[in-house]
Design a protein around this ligand. Sequence first.
Ligand code: GTP
Ligand code: PEP
Length: 222
Amino acid sequence: MEDVQVAPWILVVPVKRTAIAKSRLAAAYPQHRPELARAFAADTVEAALASPLVRTVLVVTDDPKVAADVTAAGARVVPDLPAIGLNEALDHGAAAAVAEFPDARIAALSADLPALRPDELTAALAACVADRSFVIDQPGTGTTMLAAAPGVALDPHFGVGSALAHQASGAVPLDLAIPSVRRDVDTAADLADAVQLGVGPRTAEVMSIVLGAVIGSEGLAC
Ligand SMILES: Nc1nc2c(ncn2[C@@H]2O[C@H](COP(=O)(O)OP(=O)(O)OP(=O)(O)O)[C@@H](O)[C@H]2O)c(=O)[nH]1
Ligand SMILES: C=C(OP(=O)(O)O)C(=O)O
């Protein structure tokens, strides 16, 4: 009988309600911040689903628009528990993943990676050989992905200074050239950098509306 290989990874992607998310973009993008947060999540999930190592993406969110977007893309939604916070949301998503896929490898992936490339995510997942591995973000202090081997607890420590916290908890940082996996977007400068790398279609669409509005308001074009 043919040996069908099953993709080993379940990704848990947390998405805060976009009405309150990405507050550090508020000054630069007061009108479009929620739409940008939604577009980042849609592009991140779509790129993750395109990796051949990814079996399923579980999106932990209470945002109905995000839930509709990611469901249409082929991901599954795990409703957030009320006001539990990022690491608790990840534990909640990981528990749902373990219950359904006990032999799978589980990784938490931030939803603010609009330039994410499936090939770079695949390279990152393939390099996760330790019990727990993680990807340090572009600034060097945070984390964009945390992965665990089957049977190993994810034990997430996302938040300010999470790179040090994950290392201190025994997770091993990946040493790979994977700029799109590292490029999380918190600030307007991060977003400009992501656009340089090449963002996914949803973010590109919102950015074209934003730039049209800016240029239009300056009377240069409409
Ligand atoms: N489900 C869920 N996801 C969260 C929560 N807090 C943060 N996230 C997600 O975790 C990822 C990293 O979070 P941050 O970069 O801090 O995002 P943020 O809180 O929207 O951004 P700031 O307001 O600028 O701090 C993003 O994908 C967020 O949507 C939470 O309480 N629940
Ligand atoms: C949640 C994190 O970071 P940020 O808020 O900078 O995206 C993190 O890096 O763990």
